[in-house]
Ligand binder design. Structure first.
Ligand SMILES: [Cu+2]
Length: 396
């Protein structure tokens, strides 16, 4: 009997170690503590967290030590005579009531209250001496970033390939935390961040910035950052915002200011090139090629590969009446509820948002041309970026 106990205990220990160790193996970067803070807000938050943990741990130890000591010392088995606390209240009772009260008041207000209020006030200090503004707009399921001072605006979408998501390929290191166009920000500059949404509530969250703010349609909310260390910081939408909620990561690239300015110039040049691309006539093949890329990047999340859709929420585009309907009226104007109307102006009250202000002339023209000539749709026609440009002024 006695001999069999040792190996059994060893076996238990082994099983326990295996159970604990298994999840670690799956997460290469498994860690207990918070990620390294890189902004004043994140540093404040972590500092306060640590201070509070110290205070509550000390309280816990003192209270439980007294409690456990009393339970053992005064236990019935030790023949301790029970104390008689009842009777008229004496000075001692007042003392035992007021002293702990005063201690807790001191801890709450001075040790915890003051630093917490200071940090919250600092968090809300968005406008004071901001060097630049970044506007963040959440939408199903991507982020739009705008640098209003520079006139730069673009969409950032998930870059993880479809076959990794569908378990057809091994997942890479930044699985679901990688995007095509990251936000680029200069280090050491105070950035005022304005946050809103076009459809449902999203949350812009980057753990290392200590920033997690809801993006709410119809409201402009704000926060601020000053990143002190160059690097790539990753986060996610932290609000359950629909079927692809897990597919709208946030990636911020913090670089020294000269590098940031060079990047900004490059973005401006791209915007200028996009504008001038509307001046030339495109062939149908060029448009279909470009449109295929736009479709995969922007539309496929809802309308699915091959335009299959996901009825009843997301209509198929293969065989769609709207896609296979007329392109423009005889006078070359937008027909209400036509393909061009739907893509440019969206449909109010549905997830189909107006893409007029999100995409360039070329992107709109090419994706429309692509849809009309793919997925088994064979309209054979096309629309030019220059046409889209002039249709932008049109009010339906
Ligand atoms: Cu979201």
């Amino acid at each position: 009997m006695k001999m069999s106990r040792v190996p059994r205990r060893a076996l238990h220990r082994l099983a326990f170690a295996a159970a604990c160790g298994a999840p670690h193996a799956a997460h290469a970067a498994f860690q207990w503590n918070f990620p390294e803070p890189v902004t004043p807000i994140a540093r404040d938050t972590l500092k306060i967290h640590n201070e509070f943990m110290t205070v509550i741990t000390a309280l816990f130890v003192v209270v439980f030590a007294i409690m456990i000591y009393s339970m053992i010392k005064h236990r019935k088995g030790a023949d301790h005579p029970p104390a008689k606390f009842t009777g008229p209240s004496g000075k001692l009772q007042w003392f035992w009531t007021l002293v702990p009260f005063a201690i807790l008041l001191f801890i709450d207000f001075v040790l915890m209250g003051v630093p917490a209020v200071e940090a919250v006030v600092n968090m809300e200090d968005t406008q004071n001496k901001a060097d630049m503004v970044l506007k963040v707009t959440g939408m199903q399921w991507k982020w739009q970033y705008e640098y209003p001072d520079a006139g730069v605006k673009y969409i950032s979408t998930l870059a993880t390939p479809r076959d990794q998501i569908e378990n057809q390929a091994p997942k890479d290191e930044h699985y679901l935390l990688e995007v095509d166009n990251p936000v680029v920000l200069p280090v050491g500059k105070k950035v005022r961040v304005l946050i809103t949404s076009t459809d449902v509530i999203h949350t812009w969250w980057v753990p290392q910035f200590g920033v997690k703010r809801d993006a709410i349609p119809g409201f402009l909310r704000e926060t601020w950052l000053r990143i002190d260390k160059p690097g790539i910081y990753r986060g996610q939408c932290a609000e359950l915002c629909g079927k692809d909620h897990g597919f709208m990561p946030v990636v911020v690239k913090a670089v020294p200011e000269p590098e940031y300015l060079a990047w900004l110039d490059q973005k401006k040049a791209e915007a200028a090139a996009a504008a001038s691309s509307s001046d030339r006539v495109w062939t149908k093949e060029e448009l279909i090629d470009k449109g295929k890329e736009v479709y995969g990047r922007i539309c496929m999340a809802c309308h699915q590969p091959e335009g299959r859709g996901l009825p009843p929420t997301f209509p198929p585009l293969a065989g769609s009446k709207i896609v296979n309907g007329p392109l423009l009226s005889a006078e070359g104007r937008i027909i209400r509820d036509s393909h061009v109307d739907r893509v440019m102006n969206g449909k109010a009250g549905t997830a189909m948002q107006p893409f007029k202000n999100l995409l360039t002339d070329l992107e709109i023209a090419s994706v429309i041309t692509y849809e009309r000539n793919s997925f088994g749709n064979a309209r054979g026609d096309m629309i030019q970026p220059a046409q889209i440009r002039s249709l932008r002024q049109e009010k339906l």
